[in-house]
Design a binder for this molecule. Structure first.
Ligand code: PEP
Length: 256
């Protein structure tokens, strides 16, 4: 997308403790600055575990690093008797700009259904966070329903209560491509991204749909990022495994 600022987002999952996080973020910022990365032209964000966020916030603000960051999940609730949960208010208080919602690992391993994902999207927006909403089909869905049906249904369900003009990011992540080394082709990603954008017009209006970044995720690496970024409806990537490798992630961010 030419008018949308691309976003390269690193989902660390349950990797890197707070000391490792500080070292990694510092090296990442140095590496990108060394390469004269234009952070206004291509946004770079990291999604560390919750226990790292305070350290990452402190480092980024002290050193004025041009990196964005966010949580990997949030509670649908603001506060209360929800042992082990993290509220969007807490993430906002740590200067998070983003929060991942509905990652396939949350949907599968923690049985998050469409209603919970929708409630989390609403909670993120309520607390001033930009949700990075993940949608995507499994290999079985793909075989039964084709590539777009499940991601489109997940998008509609997740944004059911969201108003026109909402500021969101959508990540199209085919489940069969996550951590498999088997990325979708750029053409496959574009086909689904274009359909998701068409549905966004109905859901949040023409203007917001045109402004929404749609990321591709699933086995993105330095060697395949350029093909995705050439697609008109793909505006960045959500990167898992390769986001933990400094040189890989740094090269992905410098795809152009
Ligand atoms: C992810 O889990 O969001 C992801 C895209 O993982 P990977 O890049 O490792 O496939």
């Amino acid at each position: 997308g030419t008018t949308r600022t691309p976003l390269i987002a690193g989902n660390w999952k349950m990797n890197l403790d707070h000391l490792q996080a500080i070292a990694f973020v510092q090296k990442l910022a140095w590496s990108l600055k060394d390469a004269r990365h234009d952070f206004d032209a291509v946004e770079v964000a990291v999604f560390p575990p919750f226990t790292d966020l305070r350290s990452v916030q402190t480092l980024i603000s002290a050193d004025k690093l041009p990196l964005k960051f966010g949580g990997q999940d949030l509670s649908a609730y603001d506060s209360g008797a929800y042992t082990g949960e993290i509220s969007g208010a807490f993430l906002s208080a740590l200067d998070c700009q983003y929060v991942i919602v509905g990652h396939s690992e949350r949907r599968t391993l923690h049985n998050e259904g469409d209603d919970e994902v929708a409630a989390k999207v609403a909670a993120a927006i309520k607390h001033g966070l930009v949700p990075v909403l993940c949608v995507g089909e499994t290999a079985e869905d793909l075989e039964k329903h084709g590539p777009s049906a499940v991601p489109v249904a997940q998008l509609k369900a997740a944004l059911a209560g969201v108003k026109d003009g909402a500021n969101i990011v959508v990540a199209y992540e085919p489940v069969w491509a996550i951590g498999s080394g088997q990325a979708a082709t750029p053409e496959q990603a574009e086909q689904v991204a274009a359909q998701l954008r068409a549905v966004l017009v109905e859901l949040i209006g023409q203007e917001s749909a045109a402004a929404t970044r749609i990321l591709y995720g699933g086995s993105v690496k330095a060697a395949n990022i350029a093909g995705f970024m050439r697609q008109p409806n793909v505006d960045g990537a959500l990167v898992g495994g390769a986001s933990l490798d400094l040189t890989e992630f740094s090269s992905i961010a410098q795809f152009q």
